[in-house]
Write a new protein. Structure first.
Length: 411
């Protein structure tokens, strides 16, 4: 071989080595922990004094960690009504105690209405918190363990993105306030190891899990539980369900409050996710970028002031009449993920998606906080949204969170 040929061969070999190395940079790990209460608990949402009388199906904390060699991010989905920033701080502390970190992990709640009261608003009456401190101690440890186990199981991985559209005729979701203002797009993030085996799939869809109404006293993950079961079996790995812009009032389009309807709606969502996974677009050498903003938002809701003062809501939520919270923007390959700290209305969800420049766009709601409804400025005083206003910290949370995310997208 001539010297020129040797040099050319070496260049090709080094190029292939660099390409293979860069492709192998992405690593991923996933885990799952059961978070079902072992004792009767006050169920969150719908009305006070709903003490559970059994378990229909288990609740989970499911975690996916991604690492591109420079940036590590994580996602946790929990079958809960929501978690406050105080809960998130304690989970981060517990993760440190067991030799892990949750600082760059987005912890979300599916916002299902047949799980334990983790906020405090649904005890035996409005004057009593429904939070069981023994349960939250268990819960924090389980979530921290899920994060550590996912991080400890990191392995070379590939990531793909996909989407599917659920039709109005499928009778899965509806907007009870403004019927034509609804996002029925389902997005998936699928992560496989280098042998083609699925590590985890995130299913991102929008609808309150509230098929089982106030008469139900059984603990259940609701329709996300059906999504877990079907996708775990047919896609493989660990499935996370993360809700989107479900505020005001994106709910399920169910005919009856039965577990048969839970199976029907969950089954349709799962099937759409499975179809999207089959045609998902694999990312080549994806890089992760993670940015966030810490925010201070005035607490205008006097009822919430009273609840904090009485200890029903955590006093740590309020600092100098402001609520401290955060929004995140995560970019992975050809996808962008924006997070909101509560139940953002679809108008604001669309506003963020319209500012995104990627092919795959995700809104993750109830992320690292649950601050109630997040309304657009022009909707805050509308009679149509009287209930949402009563369950929102104030008129500024919509513009402050949305503007912060728009700025992150511009940067």
């Amino acid at each position: 071989m001539t010297q020129t040929g040797f040099i050319a061969s070496s260049v090709i070999a080094l190029t292939l080595l660099n390409v293979n190395s860069s492709l192998a940079l992405l690593q991923a790990g996933a885990s799952s922990q059961i978070i079902t209460p072992s004792n009767p608990t006050y169920l969150a949402g719908l009305r006070n004094n709903r003490l559970s009388q059994g378990v229909h199906d288990d609740l989970f904390a499911r975690c996916l960690i991604l690492d591109d060699g420079k940036t590590q991010v994580g996602f946790v989905s929990t079958d809960l009504i929501g978690l406050t920033s105080t809960d998130i701080t304690e989970i981060r502390n517990r993760a440190k105690l067991i030799g892990s970190s949750a600082e760059n992990v987005i912890i979300t709640a599916t916002h299902q209405h047949s799980g334990p009261d983790t906020i405090g608003l649904w005890g035996k009456s409005e004057y009593y918190s429904g939070v069981d401190l023994n349960y939250t101690d268990f819960l924090y440890n389980q979530i921290a363990s899920a994060i550590k186990e996912a991080r400890d199981s990191l392995e070379p991985a590939e990531i793909s993105f996909g989407s599917s559209q659920i039709k109005e005729s499928d009778q899965v979701s509806r907007n009870a306030r403004e019927p034509n203002l609804i996002d029925r797009k389902l997005g998936i993030i699928k992560v496989d190891n280098n042998h083609g085996k699925t590590i985890a799939t995130i299913v991102n869809f929008t609808a309150h899990p509230e098929i089982m109404w106030s008469e139900n006293l059984l603990l259940t993950a609701e329709y996300p539980g059906v999504v877990y079961r079907e996708c775990d079996e047919k896609i493989g790995g660990i499935t996370l369900f993360i809700n989107g812009a479900l505020g005001g009032m994106i709910t399920t389009d169910n005919q009856f409050n039965t577990f048969e309807e839970v199976e029907r709606i969950g089954g349709i969502i799962a099937q759409k996710a499975i179809e999207a996974a089959k045609s998902a677009e694999k990312q080549v050498n994806p890089k992760i970028q993670h940015s966030f903003e810490l925010l201070e938002i005035p607490l205008e809701n006097q009822h919430f002031h009273t609840l904090i003062g009485s200890g029903i809501l955590p006093k740590e939520m309020l600092i100098n009449d402001n609520i401290h919270t955060e929004v995140h923007l995560i970019e992975i390959g050809n996808a962008q993920i924006a997070t909101f700290p509560g139940e953002v209305l679809p108008k604001l969800g669309f506003r963020i998606k319209n500012n995104m420049t990627s092919d795959y766009n995700f809104i993750f709601g109830l992320a690292n906080n649950e601050l109630g409804y997040i309304l657009a400025t022009e909707d805050y005083e509308k009679k149509l949204y009287k209930y949402e206003k009563s369950m929102s910290i104030g008129s500024q949370i919509g513009p402050i969170t949305t503007n912060a995310l728009v700025e992150l997208l511009r940067k």
